[in-house]
Structure formats: C-alpha cells, structure tokens
Design a protein around this ligand. Structure first.
Ligand SMILES: [Zn+2]
Length: 98
C-alpha cells in the first residue's frame, strides 16, 4: 500500500490516514499563506495610496510602493500583522495629522 500523494510506502490504513492528514495540514497552511499574501497585496495598494496622499510625485509613488511592498513581504507568515503595519505607519506616515 502506498500514499497516493507522496508515494511513500505505508503498512496499513492507519499509517495511510496519518500520511494523508499530514498532506492536508500542509495544504491548509499553504493556502492560508497564499490568502495572506493576497490580502497583503491589497493592503499594499491601500497603504501606498494613503502614503502618497501628501507627497505625490511619480518617484514618490514608486518609492513608496517599494517600501510598502517590502514591509508586507516581511509580514507574510507573521501573526500580528496589523500591529506591525500600525508601527510602520507611525514611522512613515505623513507628519500632519488631520
Ligand atoms: Zn503521503
């Protein structure tokens, strides 16, 4: 008997179930990260808009997107994403608060 996913030889159904469960868990983790990446991409564009509201030359827009995207790339897989984004915004946000 062998696992249909990874072709590993298994001795009985219990071992097969254990192997399949492991694959399901891996897949769930992968999908969660993928969803987070999509979410962060959307956040990147929103943050970019927010950041360039007060300084809006094309160079700034491109530079800011790079900064924001770099920040968000670093956040993939982290748990406390919103706290890190808030911290980043405090450092990079416009000086004037209206
Ligand atoms: Zn397997």
């Amino acid at each position: 008997m062998q696992c249909p996913v990874c072709s590993r030889q298994v001795n009985d159904e219990a071992e097969l179930m254990a192997c399949l469960t492991g694959h399901l868990r891996e897949e769930a983790t992968r999908q969660a990260r993928e969803m987070q990446r999509i979410y962060l991409m959307m956040m990147a564009s929103q943050l970019t808009i927010a950041c360039v509201t007060t300084r809006s030359t094309p160079q700034d827009v491109v530079g800011t997107f790079g900064e924001v995207y770099g920040l968000l790339e670093n956040l993939v897989g982290k748990n406390d994403v919103s706290a890190e984004i808030e911290e980043w915004l405090k450092k990079h946000g416009p000086d004037s608060n209206e």
